[in-house]
Design a protein around this ligand. Structure first.
Ligand code: ADP
Length: 262
């Protein structure tokens, strides 16, 4: 197995009093589907943002695809971000533009500023965008404005925009937190398919423990900026879930099945 991402003792301090991440170490193998679970404020979003350098970690080391992420400068950062597709809770689409235009925005990291600004895309890129939209069940919507789509459709546009970058890894920050259960299932099924059939590694922040356990090869539990669980979803116990979620645990409908049930 090849390690694609490795964090060693990563910490992130906001201001003088918030230690959002404290000595976080873990690695992710190529092709793995890994969920990060934990209550609000645990540090999940901070963790993903440190990996793609939307924010800078305070200490530690982050290696991605044999590159030391924390040492990268402007041009190399652009290259890093093309390899890391980002999916957001609120989709981050340009609502007045069409679906296909939003998808093509995923190619901007490969263009000069001027061709990017002029919206010049190759025929090949447009074909690729349509192909990805078809995979995600959005071919019919390609020329609709994004503000006419449902939340679930918007998130699929977000996924399409990330896929057209030809990423090695998807970083998904609460991708289903704004969606109903049906739309959530569609999104999670697509992410799983992207990992298993396209071989793209997926690291996804999830608030919903049941979803994480169902879809992941591995679960990382974060509580107050520290990793408190890192292992198979099959082995996690109710007690460990309670440790991860602390006072929020009583709100969870924990259904482990098998030997941990009860
Ligand atoms: P999660 O994604 O698990 O909800 P976050 O990473 O958003 O957690 O937040 C972790 C901690 O860092 C929280 O205490 C939060 O209030 C704090 N925090 C997050 N972003 C900032 C910021 N930009 N400035 C100051 N504190 C922040």
């Amino acid at each position: 197995m090849t390690t694609l991402l490795e964090l060693k003792n990563v910490s992130k301090q906001y201001g003088s009093d918030t230690l959002a991440l404290s000595n976080v170490s873990f690695s992710v193998n190529e092709g793995e589907f890994v969920s990060v679970i934990g209550p609000s404020g645990a540090g999940k979003s901070t963790l993903l943002r440190c990996i793609n350098r939307m924010i800078d970690a305070t200490n530690g080391e982050i290696m991605f695809d044999d590159v030391n992420v924390m040492k990268l400068h402007k041009k190399e950062l652009r290259s890093l971000r093309t390899k890391l597709g980002m999916i957001f809770q609120h989709y981050n689409l340009v609502n007045r533009l069409s679906v296909i235009e939003n998808v093509l925005h995923g190619r901007l990291g490969y263009k000069s500023t001027i061709t990017g600004m002029l919206g010049i895309y190759k025929e090949e890129e447009k074909k690729q965008a349509m192909k990805i939209l078809e995979i995600l069940g959005l071919k019919e919507q390609a020329y609709k404005r994004c503000d006419q789509l449902s939340g679930g459709q918007k998130q699929r546009v977000g996924i399409a925009r990330a896929l057209i970058q030809s990423p090695k890894m998807l970083l998904c920050d609460e991708p289903i937190a704004s969606l109903d259960p049906n739309a959530s299932k569609v999104i999670m099924d697509h992410l799983k398919n992207i990992s298993s059939s396209m071989g793209i590694t997926v690291l996804v922040n999830l608030h919903q423990v049941d979803v994480a356990l169902k879809y992941s090869d591995r679960v990382i539990g974060v509580s107050q900026g520290r990793i408190v669980y890192n292992g198979s979803p099959k082995d996690i116990t109710k007690e460990e879930i309670r440790t991860i979620y602390g006072s929020e645990a009583s709100d969870l409908n924990i259904n482990l099945g098998g030997k941990n049930a009860g």
